[in-house]
Design a protein around this ligand. Structure first.
Ligand SMILES: [Mg+2]
Length: 233
């Protein structure tokens, strides 16, 4: 097969496997890859999340997130033919049902609102996903009443949503948008270290919460980075 400029496609990397072209839309196949990657990444990070939560919480965040990811993966495993929006909502319901503590309802709400805000029956373009990320952040903030700087998952999700919106608005493709959003989420998680917690269990520690990275902001950056990896970005 020849491309318009006459070069042979055989000389290009295979479109299969790890050299596949990045995803352009959030479609059902990408949601399945995202949640599988989220499960893998959270299990790989379980000890670190436990350690972070042991410092300023009750040491259950690693176990909670791995249990939730496993439940989410199993919940969408048999949803043949479901839209991306429906799959993402199913992930939210599975997390709400299976995860204890504050993180279950918060992540459950985030995924449920994300799914509700995606195009119901069509793959989501970058702008659709950015809009849904903003709606999901709003839902989490309504439930948890946390603002940026309170040392919570919002410190990762808010800058990521803002960066995604800016990127989509300037015409970025999905891969470019996700790389920027993940960078913002990771910077936001790191920026929680010097903060004093004002929400959640860590706030009971007062000034002693200073100097530790927030486990919720850390897991939120992992959840978004799993999507970036799944999208091949
Ligand atoms: Mg905890």
């Amino acid at each position: 097969m020849s491309t318009p400029n006459g070069a042979s496609r055989a000389s290009l990397p295979s479109a299969e496997g790890s050299t596949a072209a990045p995803s352009t839309h959030l479609d059902p196949a990408l949601v399945h890859r995202w949640i599988a990657e989220m499960d893998r990444r959270l299990r790989a990070s379980e000890a670190r999340l436990t350690e972070l939560d042991a410092a300023i919480g009750d040491a259950d965040h690693g176990a909670n997130m791995t249990r939730g990811a496993r439940a989410a993966l199993s919940a969408i495993g048999d949803q043949e033919g479901a839209s991306a929006a429906r799959l993402v909502s199913a992930v939210g319901h599975a997390l709400s049902r299976s995860v204890g503590g504050a993180s279950g309802p918060l992540y459950g709400t985030w995924f449920t609102a994300l799914g509700r805000s995606l195009p119901p029956d069509a793959p989501a373009a970058p702008g659709d996903l950015a809009q849904a990320l903003v709606a999901a952040l709003d839902a989490v903030q309504q439930l948890g009443a946390a603002e940026v700087g309170d040392k919570t998952m919002v410190d990762a999700l808010a800058p990521a949503s803002r960066r995604a919106t800016d990127a989509a608005g300037s015409g970025a493709d999905l891969a470019g948008m996700l790389r920027l959003a993940v960078g913002a989420a990771e910077d936001g998680a790191l920026a929680t270290v010097p903060l004093q917690a004002r929400r959640g269990r860590a706030s009971y520690l007062g000034a002693r919460s200073i100097g530790h990275q927030d486990p919720g902001a850390t897991s939120a950056a992992i959840v978004l980075d799993a999507l970036r990896t799944a999208a091949g970005a």
